[in-house]
Ligand binder design. Structure first.
Ligand code: PAF
Length: 257
């Protein structure tokens, strides 16, 4: 696996491969890789000649500086996992490389980004959409892979690709869960053993409650601080805090629940 930190080096590599007709899949990540990321990687490896994984803890999508400071960054073990999975390229850019403008230029979506995650994390989706646009431009990939766990993010990224006529196809991939139902997340490593034991009740409540209000009540009774539980079309979207850790999840509504 070739690891790039400098954009011109990556661009030269990609130009040569594109000229040779070699297809590319991009898996954008913030590192702290787990089985959820690896499922995106495997899908990309299946569907493309080559796979590029980006690892960048994007500061502009963190509205809370303590959350950013606590975000795990095990770079060497991440790279080892990617090598083992058979990934061809990793790109690990520095902050000033991705933000030469100091974030003076940004992508702002003015409607759907204001609800749910956006309402609780002001500016979060401006940061996400801005960095995703940069990564898509840099990667020059045929397909880019995003997890359905971040449902709102996936919808907004699809909207971004459409609004700006981006040539990369956006591929959504199913949420990967532990056997007890907890959606895999880099943040799960920050749960204490007691919190980890209680955490699966989050998913259980979303699936079992007949309404969003009843799910909220069940979660509050179970000791979760609820940011939101909302039904939107055929999805129930939710975010809670357990101890100091924020968890998000979503489930389909209706017959396929
Ligand atoms: O889902 C994530 O890990 C991040 O939001 C992403 C898409 C890599 C952008 O920083």
């Amino acid at each position: 696996m070739k690891v790039f930190t400098e954009l011109p080096d990556w661009r030269a590599e990609r130009r040569a491969e594109r000229r040779a007709g070699i297809g590319l899949g991009l898996v954008p990540t913030m590192g702290a890789l787990h089985e959820g990321h690896l499922s995106l990687v495997r899908r990309s490896l299946d569907e493309n000649d080559r796979t590029l994984v980006s690892i960048f803890v994007n500061p502009t999508q963190f509205n809370d500086p303590t959350d950013l400071a606590a975000y795990p960054q095990p770079l060497e073990s991440d790279l080892a996992l990617l090598r083992e999975a058979g990934v061809h390229y990793a790109i690990v850019p520095r902050r000033d490389t991705l933000y030469p403008d100091g974030y003076r230029y940004r992508v702002v979506e003015t409607e759907r980004s204001r609800a749910y995650e956006g309402a609780h994390r002001p500016g979060h989706f401006d940061g996400v959409l801005t960095v995703v646009l940069k990564l898509l431009q840099i990667a020059d990939a045929d397909r880019a892979y995003f997890g359905e766990k971040d449902w709102q993010q996936l919808e907004l990224v699809r909207g971004l690709a459409e609004a700006f006529f981006l040539p990369t196809a956006i591929v959504g991939c199913p949420t990967v869960r532990d056997a007890d139902g907890l959606a895999l997340s880099s943040r799960n490593s920050r749960l204490s053993s007691d919190e980890r034991r209680r955490a699966p009740a989050f998913h259980r409540a979303l699936v079992a409650a007949p309404s969003a209000d009843l799910a909220r009540r069940a979660l509050e009774t179970g000791g979760f601080d609820v940011d939101y539980v909302e039904d939107d079309g055929d999805r129930r979207l939710a975010a809670v805090r357990l101890g100091g850790v924020r968890l998000i999840d979503n489930v389909p509504l209706g017959s396929d629940r």
